[in-house]
Design a protein around this ligand. Structure first.
Ligand code: ATP
Length: 238
């Protein structure tokens, strides 16, 4: 079953196209990566899917067209986005940042939110150790974990991650990617935008290459990782 299907999606900034006619799909419970250089339109694409930016084309989530719905409706439907800048509340504690992500649970009360908090803490034990600490005092890797944890508090069926490896040391990147594969095991589908093509293709089932707003290559990750164009452009340097 395809959880996300987008067809001919386009976005322009003041008439200048940033994303042109992109079609892609994400199977439920799978990891799909979108790789490509700086400025290719990767963040724009995620923002269009999340409803942060208006877009042309068709976006279907769990079979339903969702174009024209707002961000909150998309969160309610089961989408969550971790933006590149991570956007945490620096002077609030780790736990309060997480609780903010669980606003969807207001209707079913505190017990559901508390259960979700424990689930996040088991995925990210580091966040549990630091639950009372202000988010602004965390390391880069911990902030990325917190941003992911906050997005997961809404119990998404599709988690979109915008360059989770950005600015992090290789060991931390390994941890984050390990958690991404663990998450797939819990049934959440992941749309992973990355400049780190090597790490992304290692964890993803399928991938798309985005260049100047268009998909130039797509396929299963193993095929892409072996494609000479990908090797030359993105995997050349170790
Ligand atoms: P990065 O890795 O740097 O985030 P990206 O692949 O995510 O790159 P986008 O940030 O989506 O690329 O940018 C795609 C294009 O749209 C770029 O040419 C960029 O300059 C342009 N762009 C992005 N945001 C805006 C904006 N708010 N206003 C005008 N142009 C924008």
């Amino acid at each position: 079953m395809k959880i996300l299907e987008i067809d001919a999606v386009s976005v322009a900034y003041g008439g200048i196209p940033a994303v042109t006619g992109i079609s892609l799909s994400v199977e439920a419970g799978s990891i799909v990566t979108v790789i490509g250089p700086n400025g290719a339109g990767k963040s724009t694409l995620l923002n269009a899917i999340m409803g942060v930016l208006p877009a042309g084309g068709v976006i279907r989530f769990q079979g339903q067209p969702i174009g024209g719905t707002n961000i909150e409706a998309r969160v309610q439907a089961g989408m969550s986005l971790v933006p590149e800048r991570r956007e945490l509340f620096a002077t609030m504690s780790v736990e309060d940042n997480l609780r903010l992500g669980g606003f969807r649970f207001r209707a079913d009360g505190h017990a559901a939110a508390a259960r979700e908090l424990e689930r996040i803490f088991s995925l990210f034990p580091r966040l549990k150790e630091r639950r009372r600490q202000e988010a602004g005092t965390l390391s880069g890797g911990e902030r990325q974990m917190l941003a992911m944890g906050r997005a997961l508090m809404a119990r998404p069926r599709l988690l979109m991650l915008d360059e989770p490896s950005l600015g992090l040391a290789p060991l931390i990147v390994r941890d984050i990617f390990h958690t991404i594969t663990e998450l797939r095991g819990t049934g959440v589908a992941i749309l992973l935008v990355e400049q780190n093509a090597r790490a992304a293709l290692q964890v993803a089932d399928r991938g798309y290459v985005l260049e100047t707003g268009r998909v130039t290559l797509e396929g299963d990750s193993a095929t892409l990782a072996a494609d000479h164009r990908i090797v030359e452009m993105y995997l050349g340097q170790v």
